[in-house]
Design a binder for this molecule. Structure first.
Ligand SMILES: Cc1cc2nc3c(=O)[nH]c(=O)nc-3n(C[C@H](O)[C@H](O)[C@H](O)COP(=O)(O)O)c2cc1C
Length: 204
């Protein structure tokens, strides 16, 4: 299976113009078995590294699993995905787990650890998109199994798994997933999520 095709265009139907990198990003499931180069992987991790964080504490951690580097370790991470996610990730070359260190160097709870880690993950995802790769974040995996399999310390929260690879023919997906793959991207209206000076007062 070759990954040398561009993803379907699913430009967000935004209310006002936003940057192309943001409006054209989406979360594909048709991913080929083509390898992600070390340079590409380095690049997306570097983008995550430069995310902002509270007090510049950089609570994010990323564990990478490259099928073409260590198939056995990759398989250990892959095995924690729920069956649905295993199905469409059957060929994916790279999984990345995003984790957050929840305790500050002083020993206090870092209230924004998950927030900061999400920001770093978004940087990673946008860099992947800028490189012409596809990425897809996932909550559908067994966090306890992952924690145990990779001896994650107690003060680190396992947040999300991200698959990374190259787009392929969506015809390789089953019928239900093909439909989801081509479905338009949707969001709540801006007024439902952005308030103008008072709770619930829609921003216009
Ligand atoms: C934290 C997080 C967890 C997600 N978990 C899954 C998942 O387990 N499986 C899946 O197929 N998609 C998952 N998604 C993808 C979302 O369903 C997707 O981002 C959302 O529907 C919006 O689509 P878009 O990214 O194409 O705009 C997840 C996304 C995020 C950010």
């Amino acid at each position: 299976m070759s990954g040398k095709i561009a993803p379907i265009e699913k430009i967000a139907p935004t209310e006002v113009a936003i940057h192309d990198l943001l409006s054209s990003r989406w979360s594909p499931r048709a991913v080929s078995n083509e390898a992600v180069s070390r340079e590409q992987l380095h690049s997306v991790l570097e983008a995550a590294r430069w995310a902002p964080s509270s007090f510049n504490m950089q609570p994010w951690r990323f564990m990478t699993f490259d099928r073409n580097r260590d198939a056995a370790v990759f398989q250990k991470a892959f095995a924690t995905l729920v069956p649905f996610n295993q199905g469409w990730n059957a060929n994916v070359p790279v999984l990345i787990c995003a984790l957050a260190k929840t305790v500050t160097p002083k020993g206090d709870v870092n209230r924004t650890a998950a927030y900061d880690t999400g920001a770093a993950a978004m940087s990673l995802v946008l860099q992947a998109h800028a490189l012409g790769l596809v990425s897809h974040q996932m909550t559908g995996f067994d966090i306890n199994a992952f924690r145990e399999a990779f001896s994650v310390p107690d003060d680190v929260e396992v947040i999300a798994m991200i698959s990374l690879g190259h787009y392929c023919d969506p015809g390789t997906l089953d019928a239900a997933l093909q439909e989801r793959e081509s479905a338009p991207r949707t969001r709540a209206a801006l007024g439902d999520i952005a308030f103008d000076g008072a709770w619930g007062k829609a921003f216009k």
